[in-house]
Unconditional design. Structure first.
Length: 169
């Protein structure tokens, strides 16, 4: 009788543990599916890339060592105002990075892929970190990205899902 009770308790404990593990994993999977449908993606990796910071104001509340996600902006008006104070030509392939919706710098790595995917409706975010200061009010920022092959695989997988023109296949 005692053995049956112990086995029953072990079975209940194992079931509860399995349910807890699934509860943690399932929301994560559904969140990833929602992001895929919403065409959102966050890039992060171990390869460091330089970010050219032109306006430190959006980052003024962040300190050295702070990691945050920057949003890719391809709008020629916003990028141009950041860089030159005027709108860029529509065929210019420059991209800007923004924090909380405010552009602060540019990023030249993977411009072709990021422009392509942003034009297809993707919201792209890049893991970035303040590593020092260039000048008063102008932080030195680096982006942490996967290698180019991984980014290309990501793009190609989305092209297979949504088609070359960005429409659902």
């Amino acid at each position: 009788m005692i053995v049956v009770g112990l086995l029953r308790k072990l079975a209940i404990d194992a079931t509860n543990t399995a349910v807890e593990v699934l509860a943690e994993k399932i929301p994560s999977a559904s969140t990833q599916l929602e992001k895929l449908k919403a065409r959102e993606h966050e890039f992060s990796g171990k390869v460091k890339h330089k970010v050219y910071t032109y306006d430190g104001t959006p980052l003024s509340g962040l300190r050295k060592g702070k990691t945050f996600y920057s949003t890719v902006i391809i709008d020629p008006a916003k990028v141009g105002r950041l860089l030159y104070g005027e709108k860029l030509e529509d065929d210019d392939d420059s991209i800007a990075l923004a924090y909380k919706g405010k552009p602060y710098g540019t990023f030249s790595t993977f411009n072709d892929i990021f422009r392509e995917m942003a034009l297809k409706g993707y919201t792209l975010r890049i893991k970035t970190k303040i590593v020092g200061m260039h000048d008063v009010g102008i932080p030195q920022v680096v982006a942490y990205m996967p290698d180019r092959d991984e980014v290309e695989l990501w793009r190609d997988a989305r092209s297979d899902i949504f088609g070359a023109d960005g429409a659902e296949a």
